[in-house]
Ligand binder design. Structure first.
Ligand SMILES: [Zn+2]
Length: 202
């Protein structure tokens, strides 16, 4: 009895596709689908149109590897940005997060993942060679390795640093330490040890 469909296959398909989105399970996918259907004019039609436009125009920047609707992307084409500093990230989501922080007026390089021999991901599966090309072209004075503080992230950072050796480029990495608003008592020992080692003048 519970297997009876409550709506036609078109609606079921919408629910199934929405359920594949990160953060949406079957239950929230049903709620989202119902919301879209109820708000057909304000939401469902504009969303379908926006998706159609995205399908036609979204591309990967051949310089930095981010996704955008133009190649070179908005960031690479922006002449007001300081091209001397290139911030290296694992994923586009990290680029967007750093841009939201708005701390640097820099350019970026999206690796497309991390080195992971166990998963068969080597240097040629990432955009490391393109990064080396950018660094060798001149104009880049600092490369900031903004990779995750995971084993894979740090392995990748070490590998890139090795490959950049010999080029006249300063290689830096993000500070590891106490998060803004963080309480020392709640931090793990690894983070506390890093924060102590990387202490700065007050
Ligand atoms: Zn770009």
């Amino acid at each position: 009895m519970n297997n009876r469909a409550v709506a036609g296959p078109e609606v079921e398909r919408l629910i199934q596709l929405l359920a594949k989105l990160p953060g949406l399970g079957p239950r929230s996918a049903r709620r989202a689908a119902l919301h879209l259907i109820k708000k057909k004019d304000q939401l469902l039609i504009p969303l379908a149109q926006a998706m159609g436009v995205a399908v036609e125009h979204v591309t990967v920047c051949s310089t930095c590897g981010t996704v955008d609707t133009s190649d070179p992307c908005t960031i690479c084409a922006d002449t007001r940005r300081d091209g001397a500093t290139v911030v290296v990230v694992e994923d586009v989501a990290d680029l967007w997060a750093l841009e939201r922080a708005g701390a640097l007026n820099c350019r970026y390089h999206v690796l497309g993942g991390t080195l992971s021999p166990l998963d068969g991901i080597g240097p040629d599966d990432l955009t490391i060679n393109k990064l080396l090309e950018r660094a060798a072209e001149g104009g880049v004075t600092e490369i900031v390795l903004a990779v995750n503080a995971t084993v894979e992230g740090q392995t990748t950072a070490h590998y890139i640093t090795d490959r950049l050796r010999g080029l006249d480029v300063k290689v830096t990495r993000l500070a590891h330490g106490v998060p803004v608003g963080g309480e020392l008592d709640y931090l793990d020992e690894g983070t506390l040890a890093q924060a102590l080692k990387a202490r700065t003048a007050f």
